[in-house]
Design a protein around this ligand. Structure first.
Ligand SMILES: [Zn+2]
Ligand SMILES: [Zn+2]
Length: 246
């Protein structure tokens, strides 16, 4: 290795986007250790919404507080991991730091998530949770769409741009749960040109993070009002506990 090569390697040493450590594989955005930390949420999970049940209920007569208010057509939700280190860092890098290549990494992880049998069999179409016009202008992409597009390509599904934000809606990030619910009610619109495509379909809605569920409920209601038969949700990470309010 020449001096220049040596200097360049030092300056441009590839860093893992999860932990910041140098990675040996220049093509990998995420190091082996971080990859091993991205694990599925620990069972038992709510069979519908995929929330880890922790110690919240006995096996018999279990009624999940997370999804009891969900509309009937919101069939299920699953996530590739919980929003802990390093998943939180990866979500941040994709959303705010322009690391769009992470969409492919996240899509690969989504592809390993066991879906309920009917969801796996019926979902031909993938939609993503839309971001606001202001964010789209500022960043040039919607992180959920980046993940959804890669996931659709990986699994042979079709990405359908079925949803858009209603004008004048704001971002969720800074809001508390009750405000989130109010903020997203009526926040989404159907992209009318996709109406025929989604009619009667079981859609798979992809997002980077599932937080309180308010957003996916609002999206699912919009899609079902427009003629979709039902909606299931697949996200890279799932926020639990304290994480859900930030
Ligand atoms: Zn790492
Ligand atoms: Zn549940």
């Amino acid at each position: 290795m020449g001096l220049l090569d040596g200097l360049l390697t030092l300056v441009l040493a590839p860093r893992c986007l999860g932990c910041g450590d140098a990675t040996r594989d220049p093509a990998a955005l995420v190091c082996g250790r971080c990859r091993s930390l991205i694990r599925p949420p620990p069972p038992p999970l709510c069979p519908r919404c995929g929330m880890p049940r922790l110690r919240t209920g006995r096996a018999a007569g279990f009624r999940c507080q997370e999804c009891m208010e969900w509309p009937a057509g919101l069939r299920s939700a699953r996530s590739a991991c919980l929003l802990h280190h390093p998943a939180d860092a990866l979500v941040h890098q994709l959303k705010y730091r322009g690391w769009r290549g992470l969409g492919t990494f996240m899509a690969e992880r989504l592809d390993t998530v066991p879906l309920p049998a009917d969801v796996a069999a019926e979902t031909r179409l993938v939609a993503s949770v839309p971001t606001t016009e202001a964010r789209l202008r500022e960043r040039g992409y919607n992180q959920a769409e980046v993940v959804a597009r890669a996931y659709a390509a990986t699994t042979g599904r079709t990405l359908v741009p079925a949803l858009r934000r209603a004008p004048g809606t704001s971002s969720q990030t800074t809001l508390q749960p009750v405000a989130r619910m109010a903020n997203v009610a009526g926040a989404f619109r159907l992209v009318e040109t996709t109406k025929n495509e989604i009619a009667g379909e079981h859609l798979l809605l992809v997002d980077d993070v599932l937080t309180t569920g308010a957003t996916v409920v609002a999206c699912a209601e919009t899609l079902m009002a427009a003629g979709a038969r039902c909606v299931s949700v697949l996200t890279f990470a799932r926020a639990v506990g304290r994480r859900r309010t930030n």
